[in-house]
Design a protein around this ligand. Sequence first.
Ligand SMILES: [Zn+2]
Length: 130
Amino acid sequence: MELVYRFRDSAAANVKPATLQSACVRALSSWAAVSNFRFRAPANSREINNIIIGFHRLSHRDFHPFDDPLGILGHGFAPQDGQAHLDADENCRLGHSSDTNAVMFSGIGGGQRKWTPTADDINGIRALYS
Ligand SMILES: [Zn+2]
């Protein structure tokens, strides 16, 4: 299945847009390598997006306001919505697994980086989307 992603922010973050986009493309490539999904940028501005990734701050029109630094780091909405919101007041981090080594674990240590999906991540995406 091919999914189209786009970046759209409503707030500036302490991360350059090119840095976020590069990190997201790398992450999407990692997921594509272990699933049936393929990801690509839209061919033009009118193409429908399946995933919209961006930074937002405090109340940002989805009834799930962000807090100040720390606390809520980001949230996403399942298909058909497909939006992934990152708190512009944070230093980019994401989560969602009970395996502390997994990319999708709900927290990450300061300075720690997780680029490659673990077996738990792979089992998760395959269980959800095979
Ligand atoms: Zn939001």
